[in-house]
Write a new protein. Structure first.
Length: 379
């Protein structure tokens, strides 16, 4: 099939989970034999059109150049669709988007809406309150129009799409590139370049530094373990780089995606310390599909996270990793002590994690699921 994949608020290549997701979906569908045209945001120093990861990338912008005005990209998306004549249009959902699905409706093409964040309002939503003040609720009406126009939807959790669209929604998870992220990428030279002492156990957090991602829990646990000179904490992401504040370790700041496989493999334990109370939307359910966990597991690292579904299904306690009480740095420190003191346990959990992510949570599996939906709606 010829697929037009609209993700126009994302910069690719980039350092965010959204950027990685778009790149790997485009790559995965291209590897399955489809002609993929991805529409992403224009960025300085990068060509407006580029063949990347087996797919064709088209970079566009609009005015004003802010994602709140993303729907204003519709004319450019429609022009591309008329030129390319795709068999199907995919769109990465955003509250102020819809340009892909609405273009497909106008041109009478099948469309798939990829919903990774809530397309419904959660209790106490400020956006919903502001929307209600306008009486006719334009934000809700717009997103429900887009959802209704889509031929099908995919989402990590059905509860984040409106009830009327759940019958046409397929549940999918994100994944890891298991060819790039693997234990064989481990390098003593990379460990030395990161400042990891020889023989030390390196504990990793990677991803966004938003409050609900639990970086504060991770660093508080690290401070409780500052007397353990055999532990070294590595943080990837965020704006700042420098030595650990009160603990043995280092913040690396944002890193390019192509460097991530060797950085993850250089570590010994991966942590995803979510603090879900800090994000009201999670009252709808834990809808994240945790990229960091899949990459830890693919790299052979035992994974440490909180006992919240679907994390408990991805990382089973005692099988692929260990759980700790949410938002409790003492509990996290206790789990890290246990893993640091037991190399055999780390190896067993890491091997199990690698096997599980290859079997169930790779980008290849993700794209296989998407392909089945695309074939169905395009029939």
């Amino acid at each position: 099939m010829r697929i037009l994949y609209v993700a126009s608020d994302q910069v690719v290549p980039g350092t965010t989970g959204g950027s990685v997701h778009v790149l790997e979906v485009a790559r995965g569908l291209a590897e399955r034999g489809h002609e993929v045209h991805a529409v992403v945001h224009r960025d300085r120093g990068v060509p407006d059109e580029e063949h990347l990861a087996g797919a064709h990338f088209h970079r566009i912008d609009w005015f004003p150049d802010h994602r709140l005005f993303r729907l204003r990209a519709r004319a450019k998306v429609e022009a591309l669709a008329r030129t390319l004549a795709p068999d199907v249009v995919m769109e990465r959902y955003y509250n102020f988007g819809g340009e892909g699905v609405l273009t497909a409706a106008r041109l009478r093409l099948p469309s798939l809406l990829e919903v990774n964040s809530p397309a419904v309002d959660h209790r106490g939503s400020l956006k919903a309150a502001l929307d209600a003040l306008l009486l006719w609720r334009p934000l809700r009406r717009h997103r429900e129009r887009v959802v209704a126009a889509a031929s099908g939807l995919i989402a990590p959790l059905p509860e984040i799409v409106p009830a009327f669209a759940r019958a046409k929604t397929e549940t999918v998870t994100w994944g890891a590139n298991v060819s790039s992220f693997q234990p064989g990428r481990r390098s003593e030279a990379v460990r030395a370049s990161l400042g990891i002492p020889k023989g030390a156990v390196a504990v990793l957090f990677s991803g966004s530094f938003r409050p609900w991602h639990g970086v504060h829990v991770f660093e508080d646990a690290a401070r409780r373990l500052a007397s353990r000179r055999d532990l070294f904490f590595v943080l990837i992401g965020g704006d700042a780089a420098g030595p650990g504040a009160g603990y043995n370790g280092r913040r690396l700041g944002r890193q390019p995606y192509e460097r991530m496989p060797e950085l993850v493999a250089a570590c010994d334990i991966g942590v995803a310390p979510y603090d879900t109370a800090r994000l009201r939307q999670l009252a709808l359910g834990f809808y994240w599909s945790p990229l960091k966990l899949f990459e830890y597991m693919a790299s052979g690292l035992p994974s440490v996270t909180i006992p919240r579904f679907p994390l408990t299904e991805i990382v089973r306690d005692g099988h692929e990793g260990l759980h700790f009480r949410e938002a409790d740095p003492d509990a996290l420190a206790q789990v890290l002590r246990r893993l640091a003191d037991d190399a055999a346990l780390r190896a067993r959990l890491g091997e199990s994690g690698r096997a599980r992510v290859v079997e169930r949570y790779s980008w290849q599996k993700h794209c296989e699921q998407i392909e089945a939906v695309l074939v169905r709606i395009a029939a």
